[in-house]
Design a protein around this ligand. Structure first.
Ligand code: IFM
Length: 448
């Protein structure tokens, strides 16, 4: 049966500045924590860095044409904070603003809706030197930075996202240390969690204080549901802890003005939560216009493998993506339902979903990524099922438009619907890109 999506459903694709732009030393850009981290020996696979990445900074028009060719209705990108404020404070760097003005104007010329993420992990190094997200002082810095963009692009961008995946910033950046700035300290991760949420709140307040045309603002969370590996009480308790860390630590303050009771207990030995000041939770739970959800997989948890803060989970059996992640489209339906039932009725967007596979260019010059087509088809169907059950889902952004710098895994993982041949920077749309373009054209999935 053909499955049609609601009129105006926003089909898009997403990238992030450090993963695609390159040109790290150009246009007056300052250093970010990812420049430092990726240039530290041993931190990324093969010592890869984002110095060149997909070179989108120099290939903007080509990439915009590609988006148009693929009939994207929206493009989600992030702004590199150190392009706007090289040291994380003060006046806007004109060249940085001009670059994003050019990007947004190029999208409009092609009738593609810009969706701008203010922060996708590239904190100016100068702010990290002052404590980064563990310091409350970062909060007004972020609001100032956001205000510069509202002023420059406020009437041009309809969808604004404050933070991308604050869980990753806090818990991989300051907890496990797998991401920049590479700190391993759960107390720091908790403080970072709170200051990220507070910075989000401050950016929303600044947004509400200026004339933003039709602009709407939200946040993107990576929600990773956790299921008990076996149906017994100890696995259930373990899964509940993982769920608390990955999901409720963010959903509860944002939508219920509280940190989850069980998380306060789990972390009692590492933190007294003294960083939470009077009034903070009221600010963090202020109304949003939408919620972005990034969904990749569900964790299956068995007792004894969870550790407070980080999910140690049962490795998946059967077919996985090249990341070793379980392929679980039903998890998306359940997650969307759960957010709608338990947390908020505001419009939802899937702001990221996609998969890495071991793609290669065949002798005919094509990339036949049928696994990705199957993956996306199944997940779009899952999203459709949630809509059919009443969930207010407004759009879907495939991660990612291009193969790109997959953080600590460097260029070893390919998430794009467009293949990037890094030595030549040639873009080759994969079969999934062609397929996605057809879905967008008819706003429906073909018979399955
Ligand atoms: O590449 C990342 C992206 O930056 C944030 N969400 C998950 C993607 C795949 O790991």
């Amino acid at each position: 049966m053909t499955l049609s999506f609601p009129d105006g459903f926003l089909w898009g694709s997403a990238t992030a500045a450090y993963q695609v732009e390159g040109a790290v030393g150009e246009g007056g850009r300052g250093r970010s924590i990812w420049d430092t981290f990726s240039h530290t020996p041993g931190k990324t696979v093969h010592g890869d860095t984002g110095d060149i990445a997909c070179d989108q900074f120099h290939r903007l028009d080509e990439d915009l044409d590609l988006m148009s060719e693929l009939r994207l209705k929206a493009y989600r990108f992030s702004v590199a904070w150190p392009r706007i404020q090289p040291d994380g404070r003060g006046r806007a760097n004109r060249e940085g603003i001009d670059y994003y003005r050019r990007l947004v104007a190029g999208l409009h010329r092609r009738s593609i809706i810009p969706c701008l993420t203010l922060y996708h992990w590239d904190l100016p190094q100068a702010l990290q030197d002052e404590g980064g997200w563990t310091s409350r002082d970062v909060v007004p810095r972020f609001a100032d930075y956001a205000a510069l963009l509202y002023e420059a692009l406020g009437d041009q961008v309809p969808l604004w996202i404050t933070l991308n995946e604050p869980w990753v910033s806090a818990w991989q950046g300051y907890g496990s240390g797998a991401h920049a700035p590479g700190i391993e300290d759960d107390a720091a991760a908790l403080a970072a969690t709170h200051h990220l949420l507070l910075a989000h709140a401050a950016a929303v307040e600044a947004f509400r204080g200026v004339e933003m045309g039709n602009g709407r603002i939200g946040i993107t969370l990576n929600l990773t549901p956790a299921l008990p590996a076996d149906n017994n009480s100890s696995d259930s308790a373990a899964a509940r802890i993982v769920d608390g860390n990955q999901n409720r630590l963010f959903l509860d303050p944002l939508f219920h003005a509280r940190y989850p009771e069980d998380m306060l207990e789990v972390y009692a030995s590492v933190s007294d939560f003294a960083f939470v000041k009077d009034g903070d939770l009221g600010r963090i739970s202020a109304d949003l216009d939408f919620l972005g959800i990034n969904y990749y997989q569900r964790h299956h948890v068995t007792a004894g493998t969870e550790i407070a803060g980080r999910a140690r989970v049962v490795p998946p059996e059967g077919i996985t993506t090249a990341m070793g992640w379980r392929i679980d489209p039903e998890g998306l339906t359940a997650l969307l339902k759960r957010v709608d039932d338990e947390h908020t009725k505001i419009p939802l967007y899937v702001t990221e979903n996609g998969a890495a596979f071991d793609d290669y260019v065949d002798p005919g010059g094509r990339v036949d990524d049928r696994e990705r087509v199957e993956f996306l088809d199944a997940h779009f169907r899952a999203a459709h099922s949630a809509i059919a059950q009443g969930v207010n889902l407004n759009g879907y952004f495939v991660w990612s438009l291009l193969d790109n710098f997959e953080w600590a895994l460097g260029y070893s993982k390919r998430f794009g619907i467009v293949y990037v041949d890094y030595p030549t920077q040639k873009r080759i749309p994969k079969q999934s890109a062609r397929w996605y373009s057809e879905v967008i054209a008819v706003n429906a999935l073909p018979d399955g």
